[in-house]
Design a protein around this ligand. Structure first.
Ligand SMILES: CC(C)(COP(=O)(O)OP(=O)(O)OC[C@H]1O[C@@H](n2cnc3c(N)ncnc32)[C@H](O)[C@@H]1OP(=O)(O)O)[C@@H](O)C(=O)NCCC(=O)NCCS
Length: 195
C-alpha cells in the first residue's frame, strides 16, 4: 500500500516490488530494482526517508524517523533482513543488517559492513566501513573476512532476482501516483544526503 500523507507522495523507481501488505507512506523515495517485502512499515510522516537502488527490506521491518532531527538514509545495495527496526539512521552502500537488529537515531553504519543478527546499535554510534558490528549493545568486532564479504554481497544480489521472480508469478511492480503531482518534501540535509 503506497499512501500519500499531507500531500507528500512516495516516489517509486523502476522495477520496484512493494508487496500489497507493506505500507509506504509520505516523504519516502525508493530507487530502482528495490524490494520491500511482506508487512513492512515505512513511515515518512515527520521527516524524509530515502532508500537507494537494489536494496531489499525484508519482511516485518519497521522504518521511521524523528521530527526535525533524524531522517533515514539507506544507500544502494543494502540488505535489511527480516524484522529489523531502523530509526533515523544512515546505512551506507552494500551493508547487510542482520535479522532482528535495532538501529537508533543518529547512528551511521559505514559502507560494506555486516551488522550481526540481533544487534542493538545505540544512538549516534558510528561504524567504520567493511567491519563486523555485533552485540546488545553492539561493538565493532573487526574487519569482515572473505566469507562475510561474500554473504553480504550475495544477499542483495539474490534479492534483486527474487522480486523479479515474484513478478514472473503474476505480482506487479509498484508505481506511485506522483506523476504530475507537486509533492511537498521535508528539507534535505546535504551533509548526510549522498545518494
Ligand atoms: C555475524 C555472523 C555472519 C557470524 O559470522 P562468523 O564469521 O561466524 O562470526 P564469528 O562467529 O567469527 O564471530 C565474530 C564475533 O562476533 C560475535 N558474534 C557473531 N554473531 C553474533 C551475533 N549475532 N550477535 C552477537 N555477537 C555475535 C562472536 O561472538 C564473535 O565475537 P568475539 O570475537 O568477541 O568472540 C552471523 O552471526 C550473522 O549475524 N549472520 C547474519 C544472518 C542474517 O541475518 N542473514 C540475513 C538473512 S536473509
Amino acid at each position: 500500500m503506497i499512501q500519500i500523507f499531507q500531500g507528500m507522495v512516495p516516489k517509486i523507481g523502476q522495477k520496484v516490488l512493494i508487496t500489497p501488505d507493506a505500507t509506504v507512506l509520505g516523504d519516502v523515495s525508493v530507487g530502482d530494482d528495490t524490494g520491500i517485502w511482506f508487512q513492512c512499515v515505512i513511515r515518512g510522516d515527520v521527516n524524509w526517508i530515502e532508500i537507494g537502488s537494489r536494496v531489499n527490506i525484508q519482511d516485518k521491518c519497521c522504518l521511521h524517523v524523528t521530527n526535525g532531527e533524524w531522517p533515514l538514509l539507506i544507500e544502494d545495495e543494502v540488505s535489511v533482513a527480516h524484522n529489523v527496526m531502523l530509526h533515523g539512521c544512515t546505512i551506507r552502500k552494500g551493508t547487510l543488517v542482520g535479522m532482528s537488529c535495532t538501529i537508533m537515531d543518529g547512528a551511521e553504519i559505514g559502507e560494506g559492513c555486516l551488522v550481526a543478527a540481533g544487534s542493538l546499535i545505540k544512538e549516534g554510534f558510528k561504524a567504520p566501513p567493511h567491519t563486523l558490528i555485533a552485540g546488545w549493545p553492539a561493538v565493532v568486532k573487526r574487519e569482515l573476512n572473505q566469507t562475510q564479504i561474500e554473504l553480504t554481497k550475495n544477499i542483495w544480489q539474490r534479492y534483486v532476482k527474487y522480486k523479479d521472480l515474484y513478478v514472473e508469478e503474476g505480482w506487479e511492480y509498484s508505481t506511485s501516483n506522483a506523476a504530475g503531482h507537486d509533492s511537498p518534501q521535508f528539507p534535505r540535509n546535504q551533509s548526510i544526503l549522498r545518494l
